[in-house]
Design a binder for this molecule. Structure first.
Ligand code: SF4
Length: 325
């Protein structure tokens, strides 16, 4: 299967007053054309930094990076900033967790949705507004013509996220990055937005990277899952295989921390004990060892290599689930 986005050997470090902060470590990731890949991990696991770097959005003199990113056959890491910017719109697009901060509060919805159409596709103001109305309808916003004239604060959180999605798909991107797109929304709206993204992805034949801290969100919404911990991809598999036969203790702990529907009221939610390791001092062994119930001496002293099952399932663990300890 051909890759639309290929990340090879990505390392991202930040030069800070506390020393070199290792945010992303030696990440390889393939996003197959037309597929949806979930990138899952706790806050601070490096998932957002990795995705922003893959999109060429990580700027700053304190950022040290290495590795190669190829998008749609072109090496992004060899491009100038302006060449990378040209990839946005019809190449890549992104939606964020909080649409209120991503939208301009003092511009009407119509002006914001039509901007990309005018700037990137060269449409006239009238044509761009007509297309904006169609885009709002495509993301299931009722009374689209009236909504074009509103300001973001006049819409609910779910409607604002639909507007962000309309902006993101306005130039028909090949790849959509969705960074925690439902975290700020209540549960019912979350499910509606995920369904909308699923339908749009299929209708528009888009690939998608869905970044989330919630393993439950990737089930049913992605074809593949990459689990990140302490800046590394620690497990990668087809979503169905991951849930049927997970190999990493960290993935298992993430799954156990999802509340279940039959949980008794008042029961304590399971949490992963301990904290992510200090990113300026990753230590010699497995980064998850201080929190892992399966950890042994080897885990604390030797960094686990990436192993691969015959079906392509990747994991980084000395004592994976399913193998005799
Ligand atoms: S290598 Fe050891 S500490 Fe790390 S996840 Fe596997 S069993 Fe746990």
């Amino acid at each position: 299967m051909s890759s639309l986005l290929s990340v090879k050997g990505m390392n991202i470090n930040f030069d800070t007053s506390r020393g070199l902060l290792e945010a992303v470590r030696n990440v390889d990731l393939e996003i197959p054309a037309g597929m949806s890949v979930g990138v899952v991990g706790e806050s601070g696991s490096g998932k957002t930094v990795m995705c922003r770097a893959a999109m060429g959005l990580l700027q700053g003199s304190n950022v040290k990076r290495s590795g190669k990113v190829v998008f749609d056959g072109r090496e992004l890491t060899a491009m100038s900033k302006s060449e990378v910017r040209e990839q946005f719109g019809s190449g890549m697009a992104m939606i964020f967790q909080d649409p209120m901060t991503a939208l301009n509060p003092v511009r009407r919805i119509g002006s914001q949705v039509s901007e990309g159409l005018r700037v990137r596709l060269g449409m006239s103001k009238k044509d761009a507004l007509a297309r904006s109305k169609e885009l709002l309808e495509l993301v299931r916003i009722p009374n689209a013509a009236a909504v074009l004239k509103l300001f973001p604060f006049q819409l609910s959180g779910g409607m604002r996220q639909r507007v962000m999605i309309a902006i993101a798909i306005s130039c028909s991107p090949k790849l959509l990055f969705a960074d925690e797109p439902t975290t700020a929304l209540d549960v019912t709206v979350q499910a509606q937005i995920l369904q909308l993204l699923r339908e749009l992805r299929e209708d528009l034949k888009m690939s998608m990277v869905l970044v989330t801290h919630d393993l439950g969100v990737v089930a049913g919404n992605t074809d593949y899952v990459a689990v990140m911990y302490a800046g590394e991809v620690v497990e990668f598999a087809e979503t169905k295989k991951l849930f049927a036969d997970m190999r990493m203790p960290y993935t298992e702990a993430l799954l156990e921390s999802i509340p279940t529907i039959d949980q008794k009221s008042g029961a304590r939610l399971a949490v992963i004990a301990g904290r992510l390791p200090d990113p300026t001092d990753r230590g010699a062994g497995c980064s998850f060892a201080p929190r892992c119930k399966y950890a042994q001496d080897k885990c604390r002293n030797e960094h686990p290599e990436l192993k691969q099952d015959p079906d392509g399932h990747l994991y980084r663990c000395w004592f994976p689930i399913g193998e005799a300890k």
